[in-house]
Structure formats: C-alpha cells, structure tokens
Design a protein around this ligand. Structure first.
Ligand code: FAD
Length: 107
C-alpha cells in the first residue's frame, strides 16, 4: 500500500539505489537524485570502472530487492586474481581456501 510520506535520497550509488528500492517496496514515495549523469545513457569518464565483484553481502542485498536471480544469471565465477610480477612470472592467488567457493563477477 502506498504511503503518503515522500523520501528524498541523495546519491544513486550502491546504498542509495538499494535503499530506494527497499523503501519503495514498503510503499514510500521515493525521489532519488544523483549528481553524475546516468551511466546507462552517457559515456562514462575515463578511469571509472563499472565491473563489480559480488559476494555474499551483495547477493543478500539483491535478494531483499528481489533481484538476485536476475543478476546472478549475468555473473561469472571469479576464483582469484592472477599476479603478474616484473619478471613476467604468474602467480594465482585464490580468493577462498575452500573448494568451489568464489566471488561473482558482474560486468
Ligand atoms: C576502485 C573501486 C573498486 C571497487 N570495487 C568493488 C567491487 O568490485 N565490489 C564491491 O562490492 N564494492 C566495490 N567497491 C566499493 C564500493 O564501490 C562501495 O562500497 C560502494 O560504492 C559504497 O556505496 P555508497 O552508496 O555508500 O557510495 P557510492 O557508490 O560512492 O555512491 C554515492 C553516490 O552519491 C553521489 N553523490 C555524492 N554527492 C552528491 C550530491 N551532493 N548530490 C547528488 N549525488 C551525490 C555520487 O555521485 C555517487 O554516485 C569498490 C570501490 C572502489 C573505489
């Protein structure tokens, strides 16, 4: 049921967008403002990354927002990082010591 209270959220980063969705799910009228242009519509400025490593906390937040399965379909497992040293040697550093555990990578 829609509530009469209106809530202004400043900043459409990870927290602002999640809060907007969760409060809207509770019926509040949300106005979300962001100082940067919409990255889905504009060319983003050089050096800014839009890749996201998504692990349990992020998945839990998406679950609360009802978006977990939708986003997980687009994720790929990220098992660790490859370290390239100055001699050109490669060393793989796993994110978890447990077998079959990984972080999700969302482009
Ligand atoms: C290089 C880098 C890589 C990262 N990689 C990951 C990762 O892979 N996975 C992960 O989980 N976390 C990652 N993080 C951490 C993650 O980005 C932060 O934890 C998260 O963005 C914090 O969310 P937030 O909403 O508090 O802040 P932000 O995401 O920074 O959002 C704040 C928003 O408010 C806007 N804003 C600020 N002032 C105003 C204003 N006056 N009016 C309007 N809008 C305003 C800003 O433009 C911004 O969009 C990374 C961080 C960095 C720096």
């Amino acid at each position: 049921m829609q509530k009469k209270e209106k809530i202004l959220i400043v900043g459409a980063g990870l927290c602002g967008t999640l809060l907007a969705i969760r409060l809207a799910q509770r019926g509040y009228q949300i106005h979300l403002v962001e100082k940067r242009p919409d990255m889905r519509k504009e060319t983003i400025s050089a050096g800014r990354s839009i890749n996201l490593a998504l692990s349990n906390r992020g998945l839990q937040a998406l679950r609360l927002a009802g978006l977990e399965s939708q986003i997980q379909k687009e994720c790929i497992p990220m098992n660790g990082r490859m370290i390239h040293d100055t001699a050109g040697e490669l060393r793989f550093s796993k994110y978890s010591g447990r077998v079959n555990e990984y972080i999700n990578f969302k482009d």
